[in-house]
Design a protein around this ligand. Sequence first.
Ligand code: SAM
Length: 308
Amino acid sequence: MDYILIGSKSLTKQMIKEHNNGNILGDGILRVNDLSNTNDIFSHEVYKIDIETDIDYLSIANAIKKIIESSCFFKIKCFIRGSNNFNKNSIGYNSRDIEVNAGRILEDNGFKVDLEKPSVTVIVNVINNKSYITKIFGNYLIHEKNHINRAGFKLMEAFDYFKIDIERLGIKKALDIGAAPGGFSYEMAKKGILVDAVDPGLLNNKLIDMHINHIKKRIEDFSTNTIYDIITNDMNIFPLESARIILKLKENLRKKGLVIMTIKCINKRSYSYYMKQAQMELKDSFEGFEFKHLPHNRAELTMLCIKK
Ligand SMILES: C[S@@+](CC[C@H](N)C(=O)[O-])C[C@H]1O[C@@H](n2cnc3c(N)ncnc32)[C@H](O)[C@@H]1O
């Protein structure tokens, strides 16, 4: 089974190092044939290749025909990627043209399109003169327009990538440190979590009616007897300092409680140094460390760990 991994262009070297069996298809794009042994930190998207073909509408439609049932309701989502000289100008059409025209050919052949509630989404990654096609059940790429900032996306992505099931884990009470302007707190409150948000800075007005408890202080000046199910920490301070603050708060986190912490790195070469540093500092009290460069992370990584 082969996969396409997509990450940010500037992290291509790190992706290659992680997947030493990978073929580079473009900046930040790797094709790999095995994901099982890899701790995949740097890719943002992973697509199983169900079928590959040329990049004209007819070839794409014919390939899709082979992987979906004619009775299902489907939509096509296309991305054109690759090297700098491979783009919509060099091929003469754009991703929307591919979605529409391949979709029409399939409709003419009795297949049924449903853009709102498809039972199957067909992802077409057009990369340097080849199409790599992936079938995904359900509606892929539902974007939440209602958000506060980039940080909010980071937290949603962390829940998703680390497969954190809030209900199953019984996450009801969160301490969010470095909370302003409130992206993390907002996303957690929307999921029904009660949030204590610590930050000397102001929270966005949207958070006023959401039962978020803003403690307008530096974390060093905060103390409480509350026991939390999760601590999130997005403070813009050095990772070691940030990890030490988590250690000090560990009595306020229940056993098996989660920590999601952003590791702010000075530059992209220092990722592994700061990952190790934070893990060393926390390893006596925490376990289950996972690190991920999320799509909305800049020069930073997101860490998950669990209280022992
Ligand atoms: C990147 S912003 C956080 C964004 C936030 N997570 C969100 O979702 O909107 C970093 C925040 O860390 C806060 N911060 C830095 N040092 C802090 C400290 N010692 N105690 C509390 N907050 C701190 C800053 O005031 C700033 O608001």
